[in-house]
Design a protein around this ligand. Sequence first.
Ligand code: DAT
Ligand code: MG
Length: 143
Amino acid sequence: MVKPDGVQRGLVGEIIGRFEKRGYKLVGLKMCAPGQQHLEQHYEDLKEKSFFPGLIKYMNSGPVVGMVWEGLDAVKTGRSILGATNPLQSAPGTIRGDFALAVGRNVCHGSDTVENAQKEINLWFGKEGVTKWAHHSDAWVHE
Ligand code: DAT
Ligand code: MG
């Protein structure tokens, strides 16, 4: 997901392009501003953290762009494309390492496990929000 700062800074195309060019297949895409309750549900595992109120306020400060990517090891490799949570520790070449400085303005979100990816897809996209399609380059990307 491109967070509100990423949307405002015009990074939507850049972020989509990095996943697309790596070889992942886009199967879900949506801009929305779902509101506080939905965002609290999305980050429910962090609700006891001191930064939680600030995180929700930031996430609720503008629209976000959610996406669902399919391909080999998409969750783990997707996280490495994003970079470390704190951009000061994100390697150059990662999205956060190239475009962010502060942990509370780190431009993008990525699911951290396949199980959480499934939960987040259900929360943000529902069953009809994901599109099955055949990528013409699939055999040139996957063995
Ligand atoms: P990630 O987004 O890399 O999965 P996370 O799930 O641990 O990281 O936390 C969710 C978001 O909360 C993270 O992208 C930025 C914010 N956050 C995490 N740790 C923080 C901290 N110590 N101070 C402020 N914000 C923090
Ligand atoms: Mg997380």
